[in-house]
Every structure is written in structure tokens, then in C-alpha cells.
Ligand binder design. Structure first.
Ligand code: AMP
Length: 284
């Protein structure tokens, strides 16, 4: 008889043994839990690509700096399991800190340069935590496909760089950013927003829509477009960490917008730091 799905696995050794013995293709979605439709879209994409789907739920302490929200990060494992069982996920990997970082842990994975810009400027150790935990998860699961969201666009590029540089055989696939009906990018951190802040938070997406509109009307100077975005965000009580126009492949800052470039931003709404991005396109 088959065991009920999803099977919950807490031990690294057990997860690794199961994956080693699977003959089917594996699609893997790493998450920190408190799942929303953005995460679930990755699970659906994984189901389309692979025969077996594995989702990890692990709030990785090493990607939070001491002044960040590790202890308050939202968690609801029972609801997460329910949502994943509705999607017929095969395994949920739910490791403890002791399993992932046993006493004596000393090895780190670091991608250079592209981790020092954008989010890396204000979160200097963040990406080292992300690359280390994802490399570990990839070594445990050895998936054929790993599905990541374009919501965290820099993270996607950093992990693709790591996969390439370290010769992981996993194909790392970026999936579209999923938004609430009113345009706010879905994020577990949206839970921190008060009703007023939830309204103010729309300024992130609205500023990106404004940028696209100005570009469509013929404005191309990044400085002018960023200035207009800044005004809109500040009027809505947002505190800007960064707004940048970047090349989609290299993440290099661009002085002029062009079709296919991306605008990325990080903005504090109250105490909550939110990120968002769009690809800029020509419309006929
Ligand atoms: P997190 O649980 O925040 O670490 O996110 C786990 C994965 O879900 C990452 O690959 C994120 O980029 C992705 N993700 C989070 N929010 C969204 C969203 N709104 N749309 C698409 N993917 C998302």
C-alpha cells in the first residue's frame, strides 16, 4: 500500500536515501513556509516538469542578520502541509536547525560580485546564507529541476550562477512573480503589514507601472524614471532602500532603459522591507 501523501521527512539522511533510490525525475521547490499562491505556482510548475515533487520548508537562520526578523518570521506548518497535500506533493522536507547546521559546521558557499549589489548592499551576509542552504538542499535531494520565483530576481540569478559555477546538474528554472488582485507582490512578509500599510504597500507595484508607462511614452533615462518612482513611493510613506534599472543577465545597472531590462526595488513600508520587480517591455 502507498503511504499517504505528502510524506513528511525530517532527517537529512532519510531524505537523501529516498532521493538516491528514486528512479523518477525530481522537481524541487525550496521555501521558508507560510505558503501562498506564489509558492504554490512553483509547486504546480514542478508537477508539470517532473514525476516526483519535493518541497522543503525551512526558515534558514544563516540568511537573516541579527537585526532581522528570524524569530518573528511567520510560520504555519499545519496549513502548509494541508495546501501541499491538496496539490498532491510527494514529499515535504522539514529539517531542524540541528539537522542542517550540526555542531562543528564550518563550510560556506559564496557567489562573488552579484551578491554585493542591490539587496546585498543592505543585507551583506544574506546571500551567503542562501547559497549555502540551497547548495546543501541540492546535495541532499539532487533534483532534476529546481523551481524558483522571479519575485526574488537577484536570488534567482545568484543561484543560477552558483549552479553553473559548481557544476550542479540541476536545471534551475525561474517562474513568474504572482501578485494579489490589486497588484501587491505576494510575500510571506505581507502578514506584517497593518491595514494602512497594506494600502501604502501598493506604491511598489504602482511605481513599477509608472516606470513602464513613462518608458512607453518615450522616456528612457533611468535617472528620470527613478526620480518619478521615488516621488510616488515617498508620497505613500515608503522608505526606499534601492531602485535600480538593471540588465536582466548581468544585473549591471543601466543608465538607459531598453526593452527586456528589469527594474528592481526594495522599499520599507513601516518596519517591513518589501521587494518587487518588473521586466520593461515595448508595447505596440
Ligand atoms: P520564500 O519562502 O520567501 O523563501 O520563497 C520561496 C520561493 O518562492 C522562492 O523561489 C521565491 O522567489 C518564491 N516566491 C515567493 N513569493 C513569490 C511570488 N509572489 N511569486 C512567485 N514566486 C514567489
Amino acid at each position: 500500500m502507498n503511504s499517504p501523501k505528502p510524506v513528511l521527512i525530517h532527517s537529512v539522511k532519510e531524505m537523501q536515501t529516498i532521493c538516491r533510490n528514486l528512479s523518477q525525475t525530481i522537481g524541487f521547490v525550496p521555501t521558508m513556509g507560510y505558503l501562498h499562491e506564489g509558492h504554490l505556482s512553483l509547486v504546480k510548475a514542478a508537477k508539470d516538469k517532473a514525476e516526483i515533487v519535493i518541497v522543503s520548508i525551512y526558515v534558514n537562520p544563516t540568511q537573516f542578520s541579527p537585526n532581522e526578523d528570524l524569530s518573528s518570521y511567520p510560520r504555519d506548518p499545519d496549513r502548509d502541509i494541508q495546501l501541499l497535500s491538496e496539490l498532491d506533493v510527494d514529499y515535504i522536507f522539514f529539517p531542524s536547525n540541528e539537522e542542517m547546521y550540526p555542531a562543528g559546521f564550518k563550510t560556506w558557499v559564496a557567489v562573488e560580485e552579484i551578491t554585493q549589489i542591490l539587496c546585498g548592499k543592505s543585507r551583506s551576509t544574506h546571500f551567503k546564507g542562501v547559497t549555502t542552504i540551497v547548495a546543501k538542499l541540492m546535495n541532499i535531494i539532487d533534483p532534476d529541476f529546481m523551481l524558483l520565483g522571479e519575485k526574488d530576481f537577484q536570488q534567482l540569478k545568484v543561484l543560477q550562477q552558483m549552479g553553473k559555477d559548481l557544476n550542479f546538474s540541476t536545471e534551475i528554472i525561474g517562474c513568474p512573480l504572482i501578485r494579489e488582485k490589486d497588484g501587491l507582490a505576494m510575500s510571506s512578509r505581507n502578514k506584517y503589514l497593518s491595514p494602512q500599510e497594506r494600502k501604502d504597500a501598493l506604491c511598489l507595484h504602482n511605481s513599477l507601472l509608472l516606470a513602464q508607462k513613462l518608458f512607453s511614452e518615450g522616456m528612457t533615462a533611468s535617472s528620470k524614471i527613478i526620480a518619478a518612482m521615488r516621488d510616488l513611493i515617498v508620497q505613500n510613506k515608503g522608505r526606499i532602500d534601492y531602485i535600480e534599472v538593471i540588465d536582466t543577465d548581468s544585473l549591471e545597472s543601466l543608465d538607459e532603459l531598453r526593452s527586456g531590462c528589469r527594474i528592481v526595488l526594495a522599499v520599507y513600508i513601516g518596519k517591513t522591507r518589501l521587494i518587487d520587480n518588473v521586466m520593461i517591455k515595448y508595447y505596440q
